[in-house]
Ligand binder design. Structure first.
Ligand code: CA
Length: 247
C-alpha cells in the first residue's frame, strides 16, 4: 500500500515535470515567432554602445579607419583613445559622429544569408562612398550602407569588391533629417526600404557572411573612405528577412 502510494506520487511528479517542460518549450517558440522576430542585436545608443539584447558585447570606439592598413582591424580601441557624443535621437538618444571616430561592432552580428538591418540615419554631410554601416568577412567581401553612392549621390546598399552589387535607391536620403533605412536579405533576394517604402529589390545579392571565419562590423568607417558625419539611432539586426512593417 505504501509502496503503491509512493509510486503514484512519483508518477504525478513526473507528469507535472514533463508538462512544465513542454510549456516552457512552447512558450519559447511563441516568443521567437511573435515577439522575437529573430532580433539578435539592438544598439539603442542611449548614451552607450551596448547591445540591449545582451547577445553581443559592447561596441568599441575606433579612429577614422577600421585598421591602419586595408584588411587589418585596429587594436587601438576604446574611450582612452577616442570619444563620441550622443544627442536627441528617434527614440531617446542617438550616437553622433563628428568625423574623428567610428565604432567597431562585435564580430558575428550577421552570420548567414538571411537577415535584416534596421537603422535610422541623420547625415550632417554627404560624401561619396562614406559608410553608415559596414559589414564584411574581409576587405574584399563586404556590404556597406552608403548614404551617398557613386550613382549621382543616390543612397545605396553596396557589396564588393571582387563581386560587385549595386542596390541603388534612386534617391538620396536628406541632410539633417532622420530616415529609416531597412535592408532585408532573404537568401540572396535583397530589398532596401527608405522610410517604409521599397526603393530597390533584386536577386543574386552576394552571400558575404555564411561560413566566414571571422566577420567585421563597423559604424561610420571602413578601410577607405571619409568617415560618416551625423547621427545614427536604433540599429537592429534580425536573423530573418523582414519588411519595415514587421519591425
Ligand atoms: Ca536611441
Amino acid at each position: 500500500m505504501r509502496r503503491s502510494l509512493l509510486l503514484t506520487v512519483l508518477v504525478v511528479l513526473l507528469v507535472v515535470f514533463a508538462t512544465g517542460c513542454a510549456q516552457d518549450e512552447e512558450g519559447a517558440a511563441v516568443d521567437q515567432g511573435a515577439g522575437g522576430k529573430g532580433l539578435v542585436a539592438h544598439f539603442a545608443f542611449e548614451g552607450n554602445l551596448e547591445d540591449s539584447t545582451a547577445n553581443f558585447a559592447v561596441g568599441e570606439l575606433i579612429g577614422t579607419l577600421i585598421g591602419e592598413s586595408v584588411g587589418l582591424v585596429t587594436e587601438t580601441r576604446g574611450e582612452e583613445h577616442y570619444s563620441v557624443s550622443y544627442g536627441e535621437g528617434v527614440e531617446g538618444q542617438a550616437v553622433k559622429f563628428d568625423g574623428s571616430q567610428g565604432v567597431l561592432l562585435p564580430s558575428g552580428l550577421i552570420d548567414g544569408n538571411t537577415y535584416t538591418i534596421s537603422l535610422w540615419i541623420k547625415p550632417e554631410a554627404l560624401t561619396m562612398h562614406t559608410t553608415a554601416f559596414f559589414g564584411g568577412a574581409n576587405d574584399s567581401k563586404w556590404i556597406s550602407i552608403v548614404p551617398s553612392g557613386w550613382s549621382g549621390g543616390d543612397t545605396m546598399l553596396w557589396s564588393g569588391n571582387v563581386e560587385w552589387y549595386d542596390a541603388i535607391c534612386g534617391e538620396a536620403i536628406p541632410l539633417n533629417e532622420w530616415t529609416h533605412l531597412v535592408v532585408s536579405v532573404d537568401g540572396g533576394y535583397v530589398r532596401v526600404f527608405l522610410d517604409g517604402t521599397e526603393k530597390f529589390a533584386g536577386s543574386n545579392f552576394p552571400d558575404v557572411f555564411s561560413g566566414a571565419e571571422k566577420t567585421i562590423f563597423a559604424l561610420a568607417v571602413n578601410w577607405w573612405d571619409t568617415p560618416f558625419i551625423g547621427m545614427l539611432d536604433e540599429l537592429k539586426i534580425y536573423n530573418q528577412a523582414l519588411t519595415p512593417s514587421q519591425i
